[in-house]
Design a protein around this ligand. Structure first.
Ligand SMILES: Cc1cc2nc3c(=O)[nH]c(=O)nc-3n(C[C@H](O)[C@H](O)[C@H](O)COP(=O)(O)OP(=O)(O)OC[C@H]3O[C@@H](n4cnc5c(N)ncnc54)[C@H](O)[C@@H]3O)c2cc1C
Ligand code: FES
Length: 279
């Protein structure tokens, strides 16, 4: 993990508030794994003061790193307007990662909205390892505008199933409906290959995925998002209730956790959703 300066080399709008920032000068991120993230701050003065956590979407050897973000507040709005050439400060790579793809398991990668990046990187990693046929992505959003980078995902050669709440693309409904349908089909086919679930997205979606996995007895890993001030375990602002300790810190113990570790206090966690923006 290092602090370093990087530059925006491309800023591609995908519509609906989504954009891909391509950074150059990110050699310290080489070897980063799916699930890891960076703290990023633009050259934007004092407001907002704190850097913003963003997952890595893709990291290439020549110091290039791609990030996918959605505008939700001041920090992401400023990032969306960063022209090529802008300087950004980066701290990373931070956090842990999803388990590596394996020939012995079929991975169901469940992405909700802007929770896509770590699962996109996991799919890319499976493709690089020649294990694309052992991964399937289930990707959901409110409307078709929330489903981005579909051509790139298909390019990895993994199976892709889509769901939108308004039915504008893929199955009408939530991505968790698609997950249950997939598990029912798997049960009917009595496939010998064990399944593993990895998910990132809105908190309520993650708890639903965790519950479905538990009810089917499937190993499940959830990548959590919390507001973060430091990203390195100092401010204690990203605590979540856990099974084996009173708290775990999303930045240094996660962001990826076995579902069983963070699902024990779901009712407590899900009542603490309404928060103000970070400063
Ligand atoms: C490990 C990690 C990885 C992330 N990866 C990505 C990513 O790849 N792409 C992406 O677009 N976003 C990602 N996020 C979320 C992103 O950090 C926030 O959207 C961003 O910090 C918001 O900053 P802002 O100044 O635009 O909005 P703010 O003004 O800070 O907040 C605007 C609204 O968004 C809510 N919010 C802010 N941060 C979070 C958060 N972390 N979780 C839930 N709600 C939040 C606030 O409560 C507020 O209602 C990630 C967060 C974490 C912790
Ligand atoms: S963000 Fe500061 S401890 Fe996690």
């Amino acid at each position: 993990m290092r602090y370093f300066d990087a530059r925006v080399i491309e800023n591609r709008s995908l519509g609906g508030g989504y954009f891909v920032l391509r950074l150059g000068g990110c050699e310290p991120l080489a070897g980063s794994r799916p699930g890891q993230f960076i703290m990023l701050r633009g050259d934007w003065g004092r407001d907002p003061l704190l850097p913003r956590p963003l997952s890595l979407l893709s990291v290439a050897h020549e110091g290039r790193a791609d990030l996918l973000a959605k505008v939700v507040g001041k920090g992401t709005a400023l990032m969306e307007r960063s022209p090529p050439g802008s300087r950004v400060s980066v701290l990373g790579p931070l956090g842990n990662s999803f388990p590596a793809p394996s020939a012995d398991v079929t991975d169901l990668l469940v992405a909700g909205g802007v929770g896509l990046p770590p699962l996109f990187m996991q799919a890319e990693s499976a493709a690089h390892l020649g294990l694309a046929n052992g991964s399937e992505m289930l990707y959901g959003g409110r409307t078709s505008r929330d489903l981005v980078l579909l051509g790139e995902i298909r390019g990895f050669g993994i199976a892709l199933r889509l769901a939108t709440e308004d039915g504008s693309l893929g199955r009408r409904g939530r991505v968790t409906d698609e997950l249950e349908a997939r598990l029912d089909r798997g049960r009917a086919a009595a496939s010998a290959q064990p399944l593993r679930i990895m998910a990132c997205g809105p908190r309520q979606m993650l708890w639903a995925v965790g519950r479905i996995a538990q009810s089917h007895g499937i190993d499940c890993y959830l990548s959590l998002e919390e507001q973060m001030a430091c990203g390195i375990g100092v401010c204690l602002g990203c605590a979540v209730a856990a099974q084996t300790r009173p708290y775990r810190y999303v930045c240094k113990d996660g962001p990826v956790f076995p579902a069983s570790e963070v699902m024990a206090h779901v009712s407590v966690a899900s009542t603490s959703q309404s928060r103000g923006g970070a400063q």
